[in-house]
Design a protein around this ligand. Structure first.
Ligand code: KIV
Length: 255
């Protein structure tokens, strides 16, 4: 085993260590290798691949087979980064199903799994952790429930939502999660959660006070220009650059 390999324990230990955690999504060999070479310590084969790679309107159509296919490609990059994957929609309805599918992801190369929810999926989280698989939580806006919720809305602005999120986060900590993604959590509550729990919070659209930040890489580099979340400022307009060089190449071939 590579002595420099990042482990879930090391990511957990980064909380309060002075350096925030920079995490990105990777869905294939080249992207995993490039991001790893850039020094990103945590890579996620997110089910956001449903939108930015497979062209679905949301993540709910993503299957275990899709996740295994993309995870296998990313894992072949043998990143130094900790590499994890999402359990897709309806793949963790019971503790037994959650463990079977988490083990399938491990078999395909995942070093941790992530699933959406807190108290509602606690038996599943406990079963995954008991099986020895590092688990990352995901609270706030839950993209797998976007159809029920009718859109991507900020969570934790009302007291009932705040109480529910505090309880969910505490439950995930007690169940043994090593980190938790906070998606579209109202920034003051994300900051409160970050102070409250002993594991790293990794925010996406949840303000600057989390222990780390995660983005869909396509949003960061501008390779999915047809939709950019409000909270992302693309650092590159790769789509426009590609269009330009492709048109130049086409002209050179045609003339
Ligand atoms: O699916 C995904 O890519 C995610 C992250 C952006 C947090 O869940």
């Amino acid at each position: 085993m590579d002595p420099n390999k990042v482990t879930a324990g090391q990511i957990r230990a980064m909380k309060g260590g002075g350096k925030k955690i920079a995490a990105l999504t990777a869905y294939d060999f080249a992207m995993a290798r490039l991001l790893d070479e850039a020094g990103i310590p945590l890579l996620l084969v997110g089910d956001s691949l449903g939108m930015v790679v497979l062209g679905y309107p949301d993540t709910t159509a993503v299957t275990m087979a899709d996740m295994e296919h993309h995870l296998g490609a990313a894992a072949r990059a043998k990143p130094r980064a900790l590499l994890g994957a999402d359990l897709p929609f309806r793949s963790y309805e019971t503790p037994e199903q959650a463990v079977i599918n988490a083990l399938r992801l491990v078999e395909a190369g995942a070093e941790f799994v992530k699933a959406e929810g807190g108290l509602a999926i606690l038996p599943q989280v406990r079963a995954i952790v008991t099986a020895g698989i590092p688990f990352c939580g995901h609270l706030g806006m839950l993209p797998q429930r976007v159809r029920e919720e009718g859109g991507y809305h900020v969570k934790g602005r009302t007291d009932p939502e705040r109480q529910a999120l505090l309880a969910d986060a505490d439950a995930l900590v007690n169940a043994g999660a090593f980190a938790v993604v906070l998606e579209l959590v109202a920034p003051p509550l994300a900051a409160e959660l970050t102070r409250r729990i002993p594991i790293p919070t990794i925010g996406i659209g949840s303000g600057a006070d989390c222990d780390g930040q995660i983005l869909v890489t396509h949003d960061l580099v501008g390779t999915f220009p047809w939709f950019t979340p409000r909270f992302v400022k693309p650092a590159l307009n790769a789509a426009e650059q590609m269009r330009t060089v492709v048109q130049q190449w086409k002209t050179s071939v045609e003339s």
